[in-house]
Design a protein. Structure first.
Length: 89
């Protein structure tokens, strides 16, 4: 892969690698802040270390899977709106 100077900075492999490492580090810092900051928990489960990160990840994963399922249910043929059912247009 050639490094053209016309490439946008967000599509460069070095920038993508740096962003992955930065966001991963930020996630670790945010989840480990629970060791220092007391969390007010309403249930016993939500006081676990990293519960918020895991809950957010699995919630997002569930939403993506439900959206894909809805896409299969609501999918129409490509010519769905082209079919005028015998009406003169």
């Amino acid at each position: 892969m050639s490094m053209d100077s016309d490439d946008h900075w967000l599509v460069r492999p070095t920038t993508i690698r740096w962003l992955w490492w930065s966001f991963s580090g930020l996630l670790v810092l945010t989840a480990s802040a629970q060791l220092v900051i007391e969390v007010k928990s309403y249930f016993s489960v939500d006081a676990w270390l990293g519960f918020g990160a895991a809950f957010g990840f699995f919630s997002c994963l569930t939403m993506v899977l439900v959206a894909r399922g809805l896409g299969y249910v609501l999918k129409r043929r490509e010519d769905y709106y082209d079919n005028d059912r015998g009406r003169d247009v």
